[in-house]
Structure formats: structure tokens, C-alpha cells
Design a protein around this ligand. Sequence first.
Ligand SMILES: Cc1cc2nc3c(=O)[nH]c(=O)nc-3n(C[C@H](O)[C@H](O)[C@H](O)COP(=O)(O)O)c2cc1C
Ligand code: SF4
Ligand code: FES
Length: 563
Amino acid sequence: MDSADGEIGVWKSAPGKGRKTPKGRQVDDAALADVQALLGARPRRRDLLIEFLHLIQDRYGHLSLTHLSALAQELRLAQSEVYEVATFYAHFDVVKEGETPPPALTIRVCDSLSCELAGAESLKNALEAGLDSAEVRVVRAPCMGRCDTAPVLEIGHNHIDHATPEKVQAAIAADDTHPHIPDYQSFEAYRASGGYAELESLRIHGDWEAVQDKIEQSGLRGLGGAGFPSGRKWGFVRASEGPRYLAVNGDEGEPGTFKDRYYLERTPHLFLEGMLIAAWAVDADCCFIYMRDEYPVVLKILADEIAKMEAVGIVTPGYIDLRRGAGAYICGEESAMIESIEGKRGLPRHRPPYVAQVGIFGRPTLVHNVETLYWIARVCREGPEILSSVEKNGRIGLRSYSVSGRVAKPGVYLLPSGSTITDIIKAAGGMADGHQFKAYQPGGPSSGLLPARINDVPLDFDTLQPLGSFIGSAAVVVLSDADRVRDAALNMLRFFEDESCGQCTPCRTGCGKAVMLMQEDKWNQPLLDDLCDVMQDASICGLGQAAPNPIRLTMKHFPEEIS
Ligand SMILES: Cc1cc2nc3c(=O)[nH]c(=O)nc-3n(C[C@H](O)[C@H](O)[C@H](O)COP(=O)(O)O)c2cc1C
Ligand code: SF4
Ligand code: FES
């Protein structure tokens, strides 16, 4: 059945002409050579799939199907598996046969709440009108963790604060598309100030339970949003047989939140020492740092500083595995983050089992937020009193509030955990000129919106639940008389609609349906109420469960805007 002219099939001698090729998409030799060259000597591990997709996207500006099938072959994965991962993440551009690849330069314009308040929509329109779409692509994007300098955009990997079309033109003309690294406390400076002495002494004669007690005495709770007592988690992880892992949640995707970036761009080693102390406490085999792709500066700082730590033997090479997210808010949910670390789509897992027992590769995993680890180092170095001695309005401890919107001086403010919105606005220099306080988002869009008259409640864990809200990551966005709360709520639901992983119907369909209903002049409140109940009761994870908060609180406190 062989044939030199290719007229007759070569693969089987069944009736008919047979096949000239095996079934399925064929791997292109040139694409395979490209992929092999890019991967070099890296181990062909499945969990590195997202890292490899980044290599191809960075080199070619997109992911062609020929490269995807070559990568699948190289990793011994099904092509469908590689495709589904590549299409899950916003920062990968999959280009099918016959489609035109995107232009070499992409501008992502943030359209989350603080940037929308600062004019993101007209900025995006002006850029689209003023730039050649064959040369530059302008796309919308969710919060980039720079809400204090809104409106913000990213051109290549260069973030432009207080962005204007003129600044963009200047950056393009100067080919300024790379991250700008700020001054920060280097390894050498941290070491000189006594850094890593605590870790070294614990590693020699430390008692992990004594350290756990110290953390519990400080009152430190998880600063990723859930507020679980930090020390107590260690015991759960430690209770399960090894090998164990530690995973750092550096996804910081909740719009309005930029505290993790604030600490990482200033004192990265406090966080790194805290991480290594926690890893020592649970006897972790290695640490994964899952850092969002929207923070290229942080990724560079961490890569450089970890290399220095490896060089002097504070960690063995590979003990810290720095992973780059790819543009998916849901990967901040800890089980979705673990899926992503394993090289998969970021679909939250059902619980139980909890990640403390069954986490990365099925092993017990300690997950901590970046800022939690920063405080673990400070509590170990300076004592639990650094947090436990601060009291205000009956609440104990300190909180890093990310403050943006209509205040005079947006930024991160470290204040007592018992601070009210009045204290926070005061710390941020008061309201911006000409603006009167009307409403606020206390802790990210998941926390909804509260009216200005609720101004005496401490913005802390457990204090906002009776109001139908919660403090989450303490991302405070202040609205004024210039804003409509219903527009802010719509912005939040649009965000959830975009970022829903799509795994469960109440969230996938519910967010989209809510966005439709919220665009009506007069809201259909009974229908929205029903929808909110279903989303809250039947969604798998916190995204779908909390997405109704902005809707409910707008109906409750701002009925005049929607009826
Ligand atoms: C939808 C969703 C998004 C989340 N995003 C983040 C995030 O970006 N960063 C983070 O640290 N925690 C985030 N969390 C909380 C994590 O699931 C987890 O509680 C946290 O990382 C645990 O660390 P901690 O105890 O130090 O706070 C998110 C949770 C949900 C439900
Ligand atoms: S609630 Fe939304 S984000 Fe969470 S698992 Fe369901 S679809 Fe995915
Ligand atoms: S950077 Fe735009 S809202 Fe956060």
C-alpha cells in the first residue's frame, strides 16, 4: 500500500484508500524544533506548561496551533489539554490557522473601578482613535494593582501611571516597553540590617510550635482576605504526612488592592524571610511563589534576589520555585492557584479536602498571602507586640489599607485594624478637591458598597458581616457625589462576569444575567434578589458566592438610583 506519489494511503491496508497520515493534527517539524530550542534543557514536566506557554508567547508574540501541538508532543500531553490551558488565560493569544496574529505591541488599559472613575474609558477610546491598529493593539484589562495612580495602562511590560495618550506616544517613540525597576532594599542591605539571622537561628535550634505560639499571640490573620488565624494553619499542614509544600499567593487580583506590590517593591526580603520561616515551620520540601503576570517588576526583583540567596546558600537552587501567572483573577483563590501551579486551568476545587491536607500534587500545602508572610517575619524579628499592642475601637492589630478613588492622596496606609472609613479618608489626605464623600467599597468588589453614613464601623475582620459586607483584602475605594453607585456596582459585576472561571452555572450565567439586568434604567429587584440567592447558595467558590454583594447593597442603600 505504499506509494511514492502519495495517491494511495500509507497507514492502513483497510478497504478504501487508507490514510496518508496518522489520525489527528500532525506536528510540524519546524514548530517542534522551535519549541525544543526554547525549552532547552528544561525538564519536560507537565506542571511547567504555563511557563513554557510564556516562553512561546514572549518569543513569537502569540501561540500558533502549530507551536501548541509541538509543545503537546514535547510534553507528552494531549493537544486538547494544552489548548484548553492556553485559552483559559488572558495573557496568551492563541492564533488559529488563517487568523492574523496580534500586532507586536499590546496596550492593556485597566477598566476596573478606580481607573474607570479616573477616565479609563475615554483614555481607551482616545488610544484606539490615535494609534494604528496594525501596529499596536489596545485591549481592556482588569485591575493592575496600581489604583493609586489611576488611570493606568501597561504598554508591553511598562506600566504607565496617570496615563495619557501623550505619555503613550512618548513611550512608543522611545521603545520604552520594559519594566522599570524601582529602588528597593537589596539582599545585601537586608543582610546588613540583621536580615535572615532569625531564620538561621530557628533552623539550628528553633521550636516550630513556639514560633506558632508567637504568631498566634500576635493575632495575625490571613491577609489574602479570608482572615484565617495564620499560626493555626501551620498545625493543620504539619499534622499530615510529608512531603509538604508551601505556596505563596501573589495573585493580588482583587480590584483596588495593591498592598502586596507595595511591600514587594520596597522590602522583598522581609516577605522572603517570612516565607522561609513558615516553610521551616511546616517542614516544606519546597516553596512555590505564584506571582501575577501583571507585576513584571516584582517578578524581576524576586528572580534577582532569589538568585543571590541561592548563591550564598540561604536556600538550595530550586528550593524556591517562582511561577508566573497569566492573567486570571480566579487563580487568587487558593485551590485554583494550586491547579495553575500544576500547569492546568485555574478551576477552583471542591472542598473538603482542604489544601492544607491535599494541595499541590496531592500533598499537604501551606498557602499564605504575601503580606501575611511579611508580618510573620516582622513578628519573629520584632515580637508579637508589634501587632498585639495596637488597639483601636476594641480591635487589635494593624492593617494595610489600599486606598484609591476620590481621595486627595491615594496609597497604602498602615493603620490600626480598628480604623473606620473616616480615619482612612483622613489618612489619605481627605477627599479630593471638589468631591463630597458618598459611598465606599471597603474590601474589594466582593465586599460591595456601603453608604457614607456608615462611617463609624471598624474596617476589620468580622465587623462588616452584619452589614452584608466584609473587609477582604482591605481594598478601599472611595466614591463621591460625582459618581453613581449603580455604575460602580455594574463595573464590579462586569469584572466578575469576565473573571468567572465558568465551572459552575450560577456564577457563569448569573454574573452575565446580572450585568444585563443592571443596565436597565429601573432594576427588576425581585428578579435580581432571586438571582443573588441562587448565586450565593449554589456557587462553588467565593467569586460566585460574593458577587451578589454589590447588587444587594446598592438595592439596600441607594434605592433612589435604581427605581
Ligand atoms: C475569588 C477569590 C480570589 C482570591 N484572591 C486572592 C489573592 O489574589 N491573593 C490572596 O492572597 N488571596 C486571595 N484569595 C484568598 C485565598 O483563597 C486564600 O484564602 C489565601 O491566599 C490564604 O492566605 P492567607 O491565610 O495568608 O490569607 C482569594 C479568594 C477568593 C475566593
Ligand atoms: S463560583 Fe464562579 S469562579 Fe468559582 S468555581 Fe464557580 S464559576 Fe468558577
Ligand atoms: S489599577 Fe486600575 S483599578 Fe486598580
